[in-house]
Design a protein around this ligand. Sequence first.
Ligand code: ZN
Length: 257
Amino acid sequence: MLTGMATLAFSATALPVPASAMPRGPRKPTIVIDAGHGGHDPGTIGFSGSHEKDVTLAAARELYIQLRATGRYRPILTRRDDTFLGLGQRVELARDVEGELFISLHADSIGRPDIRGASVYTLSEVASDAQAAALAQKENQADLLAGVNLAHQSREVSRILIDLMQRETKNRSAVFASGLLPELARHTTLISSSHRFAGFTVLKAPDIPSVLLEMGYLSNRQDERLLLNPNHRAKVAQATVRAVGRYFAQKEFLRPL
Ligand SMILES: [Zn+2]
């Protein structure tokens, strides 16, 4: 008996358990909307003195209202008011609420006031080895990594599984970004190479497709005027909602995370 039980226990924990195998009723995808900066961090200061943190919060609220109005998603704001949140806290929050998509809203600035336009960033690398290693060392990460139970895996197997998950997350982020750009182009100027890659900490959730949308340049007079205009922010939100719809329509054809 004892031997049999031990074998059962072993076979039950030897393989990762995909989330799709777990019983779960239909639920709306959670979309995390992240208003960049806040509190003592104003972000960039615009041509006429506007603060990025205010523009991002107004845009995030608008996107929240529009996503909610579709009845198809569960939008969550990382901040609802003028408070400071660390980048790590934003990612943690997204994982706590089991976000399926993370959209960080920002507005850029640059020394040349003639430069304007929006752009979308996704993470430049799958992840650094150090990050994957740090994640793998956490004992209790079964809950953290959606769908893969790593509690009984060796460190090496954990690293491989995390790496695979990060690759797929990166692919999905790129799928969303490439659907978002043409939608944005209908309402707003894009900079020439509008899909960009960078190592933003806020994009580093290993299991949540994440993009950072720079909605325009506050250092440009026209872009600033647009971003301070609620009608323009509503159009940016509409474009994003359409891209979200497109992404979730495609999502079932992507490999499971
Ligand atoms: Zn910013």
